[in-house]
Design a protein. Structure first.
Ligand code: BGC
Ligand code: BGC
Length: 813
């Protein structure tokens, strides 16, 4: 496709206007006019003293040292020692990457020790070497949320509902303090995405679908994290921020993560760019390039936007960091080689596991003239400038080690206030506030589960597998309600399954989405719990018993919940509040007489759908017909009721499943079973369910393959993110011939997984990269699983799905 914005593809200094003819031929959908892009200017990053210091350093640096600054490795694949050989400028801790010698879920001390171990080598004085401090980044996206004991703030969707920029500054400041205290220099936030299709698994990382809300927060959050422009340093407990993901990540067609924003330039600017000028004006030190593409071109290769628009027109003087191996998706690149991205304006590539190759290849490409030296010098200058301004050259990091600040009471108080402010009251037919003297039953599987209320990007990438013990100092929603009720003279009883002996005055039911992150959270319809309405059954049970019901809904986006709304007397959208669950009781529990102690103030920052098919529901669109519009939110003071709602979802629920191929004894839609008459299939019990598994028997001497069929699936992103095919099985009769495991067009010899019969159920995870590395076409998968051999062989399968925790996965050989 012809690119528009040709005029922007020039160096920042020599920004020239295109002729009308040029812009018109460029792209019919684009408007390619320079004046469309707002102007902005990095505050506080460039000053003569800093630039002179950087020039002096650069004069001493070798080419290897310069290229090293442009490469960032993940702590799961680099050891401090490697920095003696590879003079890299940065490390990161990815969402599932553990600190050195400790589990992924570790308290701050282990992270501090990790940071110190890397810094010690980076800071070693060795002859012939330019000393440059390392910058260590982490996804401190809702507090320093990778670290056990940290204050976990509500995810951005909840913060958006507060409409409180002043509180955002405090949240940023507290997050910075807890990040710096753990020895880490750089937070990969704020996320300035403006999600337009709520099926996207990252919708909750955005403050709002409304660009104005995002713009009103961008500068505040940067100021909170970095301090006042040009003045905040790591010595004062500030960290570098990273505005992400530039640009258009929230505008992809179908809400597909890492997809393509096929939108005109005017929308790219008006909607998706809204947060960047205020972030730049507030001095944001880094911007992260997006995985996604615009009009078919990957952002990591888009010179017009990275160099022309961002560094040129919008005057960004910090550095552009890449996303997780995202450069590998630029045509002609792989994770260890991508001159195109650097030439497009990427300053530092996030190369979690390909850093060695990327380093060598980039050095060679500069030598061969494929990457101009001027481009390298520009990148290195930007990176060093940030390191200087952050104060990394000045002294040790004095906040590093102030571990008492991680999860400090004053930070938790800010988070608790944010939780209270973020709640949006969708419906209240008089049952709220709860009378403090009443007896309340707190029900639902999520009622006493801090992991559930924190969502993705919490202790692990996906935020799954967390227990309350992983959140010392945190408060579950139940615990908060129990304390408030007790203080007012009433009581609260916890009952996950909703059973009770004494009939309560009111039931509070806490339920919602399971945690997810990135593409793992992409859904195909907006229906909550399609096909399996567990929460609804609980609500109806109380209703039938004449008990008033209050729903507390935990979700990363508005979902179609009309049946649940109908079954509730009050309904609160609580988003993903984080560790300070007491903020919910502050608003829903009144005093002993039932007078409010604190009113609701949250307003929807995303429109709430009337059907499960209103995927792109944004004000200004023709046919905008939400159930609750942007800005909606009831209060005690204003009141307002909601009547009976239609329970017709309007969308086929089977569309929803994208990653479970076999479970509970059957193949869920939209997947199909591809049998072969030569293989006998019969139901057997699984470890947890009667007839929950299928036993497959290959007859003696018979060659056959059976498996699961799918309409074409694109698993390229899942592969890039190290997702695995997970198989839960029991070998009933060991095979006599090799067993072939197929995914896409690749068949691996998986005999080692099946060669021992036994009564135990086993779960294996095979990384999708394993199939890709054997030549798999991961973008066009019609067979997500198949098994073939020549009998006899008998295996029982209980579960087949995609899983997200690479720990313990194996690639059969
Ligand atoms: C995400 C980024 C994140 C990075 C580091 C990527 O997959 O898209 O938002 O900062 O990983 O974990
Ligand atoms: C990492 C995340 C990263 C993701 C890529 C995970 O393995 O832990 O930090 O964002 O892969 O999408």
């Amino acid at each position: 496709m012809v690119r528009n914005l040709k005029w922007l593809a020039v160096s920042a200094g020599a920004l020239a206007l295109a002729t009308a003819a040029e812009t018109q031929t460029a792209d019919t959908r684009g408007v390619a006019h320079p004046n469309l892009w707002p102007s902005a200017k990095s505050q506080g990053l460039v000053d003569p003293k800093t630039e002179a210091f950087v020039s002096q350093l650069m004069a001493k640096m070798t080419l290897e040292e310069k290229v090293g600054q442009m490469v960032q490795a993940d702590i799961s694949t680099i050891r401090p020692d490697d920095l003696r050989t590879y003079p890299l400028g940065s490390i990161l801790a990815g969402g599932s990457s553990p600190p050195l010698g400790a589990p992924d879920r570790s308290p701050a001390a282990a992270w501090l020790a990790t940071a110190r171990a890397f810094n010690a080598v980076a800071d070693e004085k060795r002859p012939g070497r330019t000393n440059i401090p390392l910058i260590f980044g982490i996804d401190a996206v809702h507090g320093n949320s990778n670290i056990v004991g940290a204050t976990v703030f509500p995810h951005n969707i909840g913060l958006g509902a507060m409409r409180d920029p002043a509180l955002m500054v405090k949240i940023g400041r507290a997050t910075a303090t807890e990040t710096a205290a753990a020895g880490i220099d750089w937070a990969f936030g704020p996320t300035l995405t403006v999600p337009q299709d709520e099926r996207w698994g990252r919708a909750y990382e955005g403050y709002s679908e409304d660009p104005k809300v995002v713009a009103s927060y961008a500068g505040a959050m940067v100021e909170g994290l970095q301090g006042p422009a040009g003045k905040g340093t790591i010595q004062q407990g500030y960290v570098a921020a990273s505005a992400k993901h530039f640009l258009g990540d929230g505008g992809t067609t179908g809400g597909i993560d890492q997809g393509d924003a096929d939108i005109p330039e005017s929308d790219l600017i008006r909607i998706h760019n809204a947060g960047y000028p205020p972030a730049i004006n507030a001095g944001v030190m880094t911007v992260m390039a997006s995985f996604s593409s615009w009009q078919g071109e990957k952002m990591h290769g888009n010179k017009s936007l990275l160099t022309g628009a961002l560094k040129g027109r919008m005057g960004f003087d910090g550095f552009i960091v890449g996303d997780w191996n995202a450069h590998a998706q630029v045509p002609g690149c792989n994770k260890g080689d991508c001159p195109t991205a650097f030439n497009a304006g990427l300053d530092m590539a996030m190369a979690p596991d390909g850093w060695r190759e990327l380093f060598h290849n980039t050095v060679a490409e500069v030598k061969a003239g494929k990457i101009p030296m001027a481009r390298v010098d520009d990148a290195v200058r930007r990176i060093l400038r940030v390191k200087v301004k952050l104060g990394l050259f000045d002294a040790a990091r004095p906040y590093a080690g102030k571990l008492e600040l991680v999860g400090a009471p004053e930070h938790r108080a800010i988070a608790r206030q944010a939780v209270a402010e973020s709640l949006v009251l969708l419906k209240n037919n008089g049952v709220l506030p709860l009378k403090g003297s009443a007896h309340i039953l707190v029900a639902g599987a999520d009622a006493d589960d801090i992991g559930q209320q924190s969502g993705g990007w919490t202790l692990s990438w996906q935020g799954d597998g967390n227990t309350n013990a992983d959140f010392p100092g945190g408060t579950s929603i139940y615990a908060g309600i129990a304390a408030a009720m007790k203080a007012a003279g009433g009581s609260a009883t916890l009952s996950a399954d909703g059973s009770y002996t004494t009939k309560p005055d009111v039931a509070v039911v806490v339920f919602g989405e399971q945690p997810y992150a990135e593409m793992r959270g992409d859904i195909r319809t907006l229906e909550f719990q399609p096909g399996d309405k567990q929460a609804l059954a609980l609500l109806k049970k109380f209703k039938a018993a004449g008990i008033p019901v209050v729903s507390i809904f935990l979700s990363g986006r508005p979902l179609w919940v009309n049946p649940e709304l109908n079954a509730s007397d009050a309904f609160v959208a609580a988003w993903l509040p984080g560790t300070e669950g007491a903020g919910i009781a502050d608003v829903i529990v009144g005093d002993a007489a039932g007078k409010p102690r604190k009113d609701f103030r949250g307003m929807l920052s995303f429109s709430w759908p009337k059907t499960a098919g209103q995927f792109t529901l944004n004000p200004g669109e023709k046919d905008y017909d939400p159930l609750f519009p942007l800005g909606y939110g009831l209060t005690y003071a204003r009141g307002g009721t909601v009547g009976q709602l239609s329970e017709v979802a309007g969308v086929d629920a089977s569309l929803a499943n994208t990653s479970v191929f076999f479970t509970k004894g059957s193949v869920p839609a939209p997947f199909t079973f591809n049998g072969d008459p030569k293989v006998e299939v019969k139901p057997v019990d699984s470890a947890t369910m009667q007839e929950g598994a299928a036993q497959l028997s290959w007859a003696n001497g018979q060659q056959a393959t059976i498996g699961i069929g799918a309409a074409k699936m694109n698993l390229a992103r899942e592969t890039n993110a190290d997702i695995q095919l997970q198989i839960t099985y029991r070998v009933d009769r060991a095979p006599t011939a090799p067993v072939k495991l197929t995914l896409s067009n690749v068949s691996l010899d998986a005999s080692q997984l099946f060669n021992k019969a036994g009564p135990e159920w086993r779960t294996v995870k095979i990384p999708l990269t394993c199939f890709r590395d054997h030549g798999g076409d991961m973008a066009n998968v019609t067979t997500p699983f198949a098994l073939g051999t020549t009998g006899p062989f008998t295996v029982s399968i209980a579960d087949l799905r995609l899983a997200a925790d690479p720990a313990g996965s194996i690639c059969p050989k």
